[in-house]
Design a protein around this ligand. Structure first.
Ligand code: DAK
Length: 258
């Protein structure tokens, strides 16, 4: 692939969007490669995925403005659907996905980070949805996910005002979980990914599904979603192993994803 680098370190996958000339902006080719790369993640071996940007300046500086400028209404809708399909695939990937935001996360970059389960960022990160300043609305889920993450009032101020915010403000409004010095970001992302990867995979996956599906449902239905996914963990090797280890006062546990 030209724009996506992928490597697995033990049970953690690391996917890097690498288009340095355009600060990793997402054009159709990058989106197509991202889609293929997500499909290629070996879900039997990898238990958590990190997405980051190549270089030290940018996570993703948005959708490619040069490509978008020429779009017709139909082309715009198609482009939006292509991005939305990939981002939804990331959001619903069975394993947790961590965005390691190492610089600009603007427009489609902010939207990509919001399709991940957890956002960590470097001190030089900058988030924003600058689309209204370009004559468009956010088109890769930004109007929906930002409002769900930080509340409608703050999302509306950021989107209507095309206002970019720095890492400390993103932390204050709950858009990112942690802010780290640039040189520590990847190590911290790997540490978190490994912590997750060492817990029982079926339980982690079911927890992700329960949270995501439950948030889209009314509370009565959400509780039923949780009940089913909770019940689904029983009679697995890993449930027996996790509980046996506790009762036997054993620290070492072997979760086999079965
Ligand atoms: N697209 C294309 N090229 C970009 C880019 C982008 N988003 N961002 C940066 N680049 C390119 C620059 O043009 C420049 O290229 P050269 O001139 O060197 O050829 C190179 O990257 C370096 O950028 P700068 O020279 O500008 O670097 P600075 O450090 O001075 O500034 C910056 C960095 C990130 C502040 C600045 O580049 C910037 O403001 N970039 C644009 C950020 C932005 O507005 N992003 C949001 C894009 S809008 C939809 C689907 C999706 C979307 C909307 C609708 N549907 C179809 C429904 C999503 C929209 C967006 O993401």
């Amino acid at each position: 692939m030209e724009y996506i680098k992928y490597e697995a370190e033990g049970m953690v996958g690391i996917l890097t969007i690498d288009r340095p000339k355009a600060l990793n902006a997402l054009n159709s080719d990058v989106l197509a490669e991202l889609d293929q790369a997500i499909d290629a993640v070996d879900l039997n071996a990898v238990r958590a995925l990190i997405i980051t940007g190549g270089g030290e300046k940018s996570f993703v500086a948005g959708a490619d403005i040069g490509e978008m400028k020429e779009l017709t209404k139909k082309g715009g809708e198609d482009f939006g659907k292509r991005g939305n399909d990939v981002f939804r695939k990331i959001e619903t990937l069975p394993i947790p996905v961590i965005a390691a935001v190492n610089g600009f996360a603007l427009g489609g970059g902010c939207e990509l980070s919001m399709s991940c389960d957890i956002r960590l960022c470097s001190e030089n990160a900058m988030f924003g949805q600058p689309e209204t300043g370009l004559g468009i609305t956010p088109g890769f889920g930004g109007t929906q996910r930002l409002a769900r993450l930080v509340g409608a009032g703050i999302a509306k101020e950021l989107i209507y005002g095309a206002k970019n915010i720095k890492a400390d403000e993103a932390y204050r409004i709950g858009l990112v979980n942690h802010v780290y010095p640039s040189e520590e970001l990847m190590a911290q992302a790997k540490k978190l990914a490994n912590t997750i990867a060492n817990n029982a995979p079926i339980a982690v996956r079911n927890a992700k599904k329960a949270i995501n599906d439950g948030l889209d449902a009314a509370m009565d239905d959400a509780i039923v979603i949780e009940e089913k996914l909770f019940g689904d963990c029983f009679e697995t090797h890993d449930q027996v192993e996790g509980m046996s280890a506790f009762l036997e006062k054993r620290k070492d546990k072997e979760f086999t994803n079965s």
